[in-house]
Design a protein around this ligand. Structure first.
Ligand code: ADP
Length: 463
């Protein structure tokens, strides 16, 4: 069976969040069982010299013919294809500037989707695995061209739907028949994500709890009715991580490698981390947060609880990039509090150092489709403190019997969050209990292997 995994980002070529990690880890976990390749855009910031020219073809969108070049790279036995196309490959960033998304994202990702479908034909692909709205139109094109390809569509975050004005229909040459409620219409706008939901054979999302949540008004982002209509083909499969890459005993991005039997070296990482920061005293519990700075990640709760949080005998470090107003607030707060440091930016190596140094990782998300930071935290022996939603609920437990031990609070309130912090501080004082939890988590399997089996069944149409 030949499978093509299509994503707008794949680590290490381009990454803005968890999607890139999944696009790295899931095909890795599947490569022994099936013939799987990947496809993503060739963005302008990527060095084309690192890739080999593979083929070229043209695609027609509206009345215009666009020349596409495809490059490839085989690494770890998986071939990745890179689509170089007008508009798609000429922007400075992936999706837009910090202020706004690119105005022609509709055309850019329609082109990407069309190029994916053409590539499936060139490669004689039988199963096409699409991810998020950037690739969703490919499901529609497969049906439109009546191709004999099984299409799986994964929603990594329902909050991002690819919404455009009605004139997008004309711009990307889409027949008006698709502008109705059962297809792409969404409150008079064109919704790309709906194409993935409507025209794929199977729709998955990234945790069992999120698969249930998105059927409700609270979490459905306006698509709960539409998803309920398609729920017979909806599955929730928990994400995993690439445990070769996120591996405390081999990670080249951290200073001292360690495993569950040499946790004292984790402390050495903390000493090193504190020395290289504005923080002082590595004996203090180190709380960290590594996240895109968007409201989804529970930033309001952090800000509401901030004074009480930093008044404890702790160090707090936040690594995050995103919303300008949020980063300005954190920058101000860091100037006012010597036990708080904020790093404004996206820095992969620093994130690894942060997990290796941390005692506790804060994940107070309002909603969280799966979340990878709790899995990475546990892999590095840090204890996650999570709001019981989505994938956080499916992967972190406070009762100490299941794999994935952390601190879990039920309601997104300041009181419950701060009480969770108190439980963390109590745990930190009980060295034996804390070590037991760290050791337990570091022996758990957070890889994609178990979930890859579920995807395999869906590819083979066995579920
Ligand atoms: P999301 O996909 O919503 O951003 P996930 O928890 O699924 O959230 O995945 C986030 C991924 O991005 C993790 O690998 C995390 O370590 C990484 N990450 C988030 N923010 C940063 C940052 N500022 N610098 C480095 N890595 C980051």
């Amino acid at each position: 069976m030949s499978v093509l995994f299509a994503s707008s980002e794949i680590y290490p070529y381009a990454k803005s969040g968890g999607l890139a990690d999944v696009a790295d880890a899931l095909p890795e976990a599947l490569k022994k069982s099936i013939n799987i390749s990947r496809v993503m855009p060739l963005y302008s910031f990527m060095d084309v010299k690192k890739f080999k020219f593979y083929t070229s073809y043209s695609v027609k969108i509206a009345t215009i013919v666009y020349d596409i070049e495809v490059f490839s790279l085989k690494k770890n036995e998986i071939t990745s294809y890179f689509i170089k196309a007008p508009h798609l490959s000429t922007t400075e960033m992936m999706y837009g500037s910090k202020e706004s998304d690119y105005e022609n994202n509709d055309l850019r990702f329609a082109l990407f989707s069309m190029a994916i479908v053409k590539l499936t034909q060139e490669l004689d692909i039988k199963v096409l695995h699409l991810n998020d709205w950037h690739t969703a139109l490919a499901a529609l094109y497969v049906k439109e061209f009546a191709l004999n390809i099984r299409v799986i569509f994964t929603i990594h975050n329902l909050a991002y739907q690819g919404l455009f004005d009605e004139h997008t229909l004309c711009k990307i040459g889409l027949n008006k028949k698709y502008f109705h409620l059962d297809a792409l219409e969404f409150y008079n706008k064109v919704n790309f994500l709906k194409a993935g939901i409507a025209y794929s054979d199977v729709v998955t999302t990234v945790s069992p709890t999120y698969a249930k949540e998105i059927l409700t008004r609270e979490f459905g982002c306006g698509l709960d009715g539409f998803l309920n209509y398609h729920k017979e083909k909806l599955y929730g499969i928990l994400n995993g991580i690439n445990v070769t890459r996120f591996n405390a005993s081999k990670d080249k991005m951290i200073v001292h490698n360690y495993d569950r039997n040499s946790l004292e070296k984790k402390h050495d990482n903390k000493i090193d981390f504190i020395q290289h920061s504005t923080l002082k005293d590595p004996r203090k519990p180190l709380f960290v947060m590594v996240a895109r700075l968007v409201q989804q990640k529970g930033i309001s709760l952090i800000l509401d609880s901030f004074e009480e949080l930093v008044s404890q005998n702790i160090n707090l470090f936040i690594l995050g990039e995103g919303d300008k107003t949020i980063s300005q607030k954190f920058t101000m707060l860091a100037l006012q509090h010597s036990n708080f440091e904020y790093f404004d930016g996206y820095d992969e190596a620093l994130s690894h150092k942060t997990y290796a140094a941390a005692d506790f990782v804060l994940i107070p998300s309002i909603f969280e489709p799966c979340g990878l930071t709790q899995l990475i935290a546990m892999e590095y022996g840090a204890i996650p403190i999570v709001h019981a939603v989505g994938g956080l609920k499916d992967s972190v437990y406070e009762d100490g019997t299941l794999c994935g031990e952390g601190i879990v609070y039920e309601n997104q309130s300041r009181e419950e969050f701060l009480f969770a912090i108190q439980r963390a501080l109590k745990l930190k004082k009980n060295g034996k209990k804390l070590k037991k939890k760290r050791v337990h988590n570091m022996g758990c399997d957070f890889s994609f292997t178990p979930s890859a089996l579920e995807y395999l069944k869906l590819y083979k149409s066995e579920l």
